[in-house]
Ligand binder design. Structure first.
Ligand SMILES: [Cu+2]
Length: 263
């Protein structure tokens, strides 16, 4: 139910980056609001009940350190319950909200089978991508806009971690194991970046002396352009790919040679 509510907010799918930015903003705004109220209320009470040199009132039963205020039979206990109650409501709402929205991140949008599955294999020190037709690319992953891209991440040697900060995706690459994740970039975003959206890929698991240079790139192009490119790749039937051919193709489309990502 929560998930469908979230999906109704936008016209299209929500990218993970958008969802995480929203969670960040909601927590920041609420935290600032609650923090301001608490600090202001505290300061006001510090001023109001300051020691003005007078003797304490007759019969005043001051609480000892470590003791909960009894409220002196008055409204103080009510205030305590009110603040506990409000805190509980805020915390529980945040948990339910964040859990619901993270379920969406976990499962991804419904793609009606139009998604593309790409296998990502990490190695010391780079990334290989294998498309459903067996075509492989090194370094640069070329994908279409407005499409759910499912990645199956693994490694052929040691532990790596495939991630793109801008896309807010990050997935462990473990030899003998496959972890899945997804991302989607809208055509508006591709347009905004001049017809080709590029995202830096990095390894987020210290994996050896070449770790910091273990970079790659995700290049998102309009759907029709991608389809034309993908059709051409169908001809190379060796799973390892035709290095020079795939290099040239991605150079013409991605503006950089496969494997060689501009620094
Ligand atoms: Cu690595």
């Amino acid at each position: 139910m929560i998930e469908s509510l979230i999906l109704q907010q936008g016209s299209g799918w929500r990218a993970q980056a958008e969802v995480f930015d929203e969670i960040f903003f909601v927590f920041l705004a609420l935290g600032t609001l609650v923090g301001t109220i608490v600090v202001a209320y505290t300061l006001w009470n510090v001023y109001k009940y300051r020691d003005d040199g007078d003797e304490p009132k007759e019969g005043f039963d001051a609480p000892e350190v470590g003791e909960l205020p009894t409220g002196q039979g008055g409204p103080k206990a009510k205030k305590l319950f009110l603040s506990f109650g409000l805190s509980a409501i805020v915390v529980i709402s945040l948990v339910v909200y964040a859990y619901g929205i993270l379920l969406y991140v976990e499962e991804g949008p419904d793609s009606d089978g139009d998604n593309i599955e790409i296998t990502v294999e990490g190695y010391q020190y780079g990334w290989d991508y294998e498309y459903p037709n067996g075509h492989t690319e090194t370094g640069e992953m070329i994908v279409p806009a407005d499409t759910r891209i499912d990645i199956a991440v693994t490694s052929r040697d040691v532990w790596h971690n495939f991630g793109s900060s801008e896309l807010r995706i990050k997935t462990d690459a473990i030899p003998g194991d496959t972890n899945t994740n997804w991302f989607s970039v809208s055509s508006e975003e591709v347009q905004a970046q001049g017809g080709e959206a590029t995202y830096r890929v990095e390894c987020f698991e210290l994996c050896g002396p070449g770790h910091s240079a273990m970079k790659g790139q995700i290049t998102v192009i309009p759907q029709d352009e991608w389809e034309a490119w993908y059709e051409d790749t169908g001809s190379d039937d060796s799973p390892s790919g035709n290095e020079s051919a795939s290099g040239n193709t991605s150079a013409s489309i991605g503006g950089s040679t496969a494997g060689g990502v501009p620094a």
